[in-house]
Design a protein around this ligand. Structure first.
Ligand SMILES: Nc1ncnc2c1ncn2[C@@H]1O[C@H](COP(=O)(O)OP(=O)(O)OP(=O)(O)O)[C@@H](O)[C@H]1O
Length: 218
């Protein structure tokens, strides 16, 4: 039997009153990144919200979103096992880097030492092995992006949604962080969806690409 792993968007359509915002029918295989490109207002963030489970009730959605064969419709965001990464690292400022990670660690991992080890191992993976005690306010943009990635992956998501996660970074750093993110998507063998304005980001993702029409176009 063909395995049903991956993220499936089955005749997904999002409308805003009379206007059809977007329609998608696709499957993202494990380890693959689908890039969704489109101008501002074309519905990228809305698609993201639909998949993650926080679509604004102003929109009407139809179709089916499935992750590893599980229908996500009706599941609250915290039960969808979807990891999110944004342009802003959104680290909690009153905690150390390590505490930010511990906060995201599943409660199934028990014991202070085991939890600390899990967080340190993940920090190591993103190249920040010795930064557990750092104050997030002192991190560079690239370091903050690495911590955000570590925090997202610690929750062991079964799919990743990437909302312009590279756009605040300068060219060289952008390249490094892209390589890190797409490398880990492949290593974890989970599907990812990247929404971006940037063709180079989409090309770096190495997967299929979808372009959304500008808002108001048919
Ligand atoms: N809560 C809302 N109620 C009504 N319309 C909305 C709401 N949120 C967004 N919209 C409209 O829906 C459309 C899609 O918005 P969305 O934010 O998904 O676009 P986007 O492609 O992510 O844009 P950007 O790249 O600027 O973030 C836009 O025309 C926007 O004005």
């Amino acid at each position: 039997m063909m395995d049903d792993r991956g993220l499936r968007l089955d005749d997904v359509e999002i409308r805003l009153g009379e206007r059809r915002l977007l329609a998608l029918n696709t499957r993202i295989a494990p380890g693959e990144t689908l890039s969704v490109m489109g101008p501002s207002g074309s519905g990228k963030s809305t698609l993201f919200a639909l998949i993650a489970g926080f679509l604004d009730p102003a929109f009407q959605a139809s179709g089916r979103v499935e992750l590893d064969g599980r229908d996500l419709t009706g599941l609250p965001p915290e039960r969808r096992r979807i990891g999110l990464l944004f342009q802003d690292a959104l680290l909690l400022p009153h905690m150390s880097v390590g505490e930010n990670l511990l906060f995201a660690l599943p409660s199934a991992i028990k014991g202070r030492h085991a939890r600390r080890r899990a967080a340190e191992t993940m920090l190591d993976k993103v190249g920040l092995g010795d930064h557990f005690a750092r104050d997030p306010a002192t991190l560079s943009g690239g370091q903050a992006a690495r911590v955000a990635l570590a925090r997202t992956l610690l929750a062991e998501p079964k799919a990743l949604l990437l909302d312009e996660p590279f756009s605040g970074l300068d060219a060289e750093l952008r390249e490094t962080i892209r390589r890190l993110v797409f490398g880990l998507v492949a290593e974890r063998d989970i599907p990812a969806l990247l929404v971006t304005h940037d063709r180079e980001d989409a090309e770096a993702a190495g997967g299929p690409m979808v372009e959304l029409p500008a808002a108001g176009e048919p």
